[in-house]
Design a protein around this ligand. Structure first.
Ligand SMILES: Nc1ncnc2c1ncn2[C@@H]1O[C@H](COP(=O)(O)OP(=O)(O)OP(=O)(O)O)[C@@H](O)[C@H]1O
Ligand SMILES: [Mg+2]
Length: 292
């Protein structure tokens, strides 16, 4: 299919789906545990995310330089690279925060992310975890997850309507997954740094994202918290696609289990890709890490 046709198709589909979503929101209730999705990615070909030849310039400096990357459905991909390599910029592009100068970014085989706004990208099923946790400190763990379930527009609804049993079950499930089951009524502001990170991941999970982007998720965590986070990510693999940026190589080793691909970014493009042991032995990789 030509790029023009693809764009035309995406636009037509988007407009159609927006009309459908508007119809939906006036009537019946949202399906349990997820936001109403106006944009449904098509994963039939097994590709979750595809960046092709993406370039981002800041005053002539190329933060991303013809970056191409493909993430399969259900894959857990670790991305490493020295400071300034463009890792966060890459996430900014995927989530619509930064617009590239050139290249294409698609979600599934049908959604052109460069045509969508940030909120539409989130609705399409891409969740992002920033380094600093942003939970509602005054609310309990349970209430934070409850709000995440209802979505921002549903805050008032969340306060006034009792949860259905299945929604409660979903919150319990996520609390168990994120090691917060015994903290349900605790005020989020009183949690440890690691627990806040888990709560924020839990809040993302309440939206049932297809793709999760996690930028330095274990920074500032204790060794034990880091290990539990690795277990959490491994339990999410397969059900979601995960892109994890991390500097902590022990953690990268844990989540890639000696058999998954690690991508090394440097100066805005892929420098190396392969098993962690292989990229760590790659002279070019050693050089960029030593040279920083
Ligand atoms: N908004 C911006 N304006 C100008 N330069 C920027 C902007 N955002 C990022 N950069 C530059 O782009 C380059 C890539 O930055 P980015 O934050 O993506 O790197 P990173 O790989 O995430 O690094 P780190 O490991 O330190 O988080 C850096 O040189 C950075 O200074
Ligand atoms: Mg960064």
């Amino acid at each position: 299919m030509s790029p023009e046709l693809l764009e035309e198709g995406t636009r037509a589909r988007l407009e159609h789906e927006q009309r459908e979503a508007q119809k939906d929101s006036s009537g019946g209730s949202a399906s349990f545990g997820r936001v109403v999705r106006a944009l449904e990615p098509d994963f039939a070909h097994g590709v979750a995310l595809y960046l092709d030849d993406v370039t981002v310039s800041f005053d002539g400096f190329k933060a991303l330089n013809a970056l191409s990357l493909m993430i399969r459905v259900g894959e857990l991909r670790a991305i490493i690279g020295p400071n300034g390599a463009g890792k966060t910029t890459m996430m900014d592009v995927i989530t619509g925060k930064t617009r590239p100068d050139a290249g294409s970014v698609s979600f599934g085989q049908n959604i052109d992310l460069l045509r969508l706004r940030e909120n539409q990208i989130a609705e399409a099923g891409i969740g992002r975890k920033f380094q600093k946790p942003t939970v509602f400190e005054q609310l309990s763990v349970f209430e934070n997850l409850e709000l995440a379930l209802k979505g921002e527009r549903g805050v008032r609804a969340a306060l006034w309507h009792a949860l259905r049993g299945e929604q409660r079950d979903r919150i319990d499930e996520v609390m168990t997954q994120t090691h917060l089951a015994d903290q349900a009524s605790r005020q989020a502001g009183l949690l440890s740094h690691g627990q806040k990170q888990w709560l924020e991941i839990g809040m993302l999970l309440m939206q049932d994202p297809k793709l999760l982007l996690l930028d330095e998720p274990v920074a500032g965590m204790t060794d034990e918290e880091t290990e539990r986070t690795a277990e959490l990510f491994l339990s999410l693999e397969g059900k979601h696609s995960l892109v994890v940026v991390e500097h902590d190589m022990k953690f990268v080793d844990q989540i890639t289990e000696g058999r998954k691909t690690v991508t090394v970014l440097h100066e805005g493009s892929v420098l190396a890709e392969g098993l962690l042991s292989a990229v760590q032995a790659d002279e070019r990789v050693v050089e960029v890490y030593l040279g920083r």
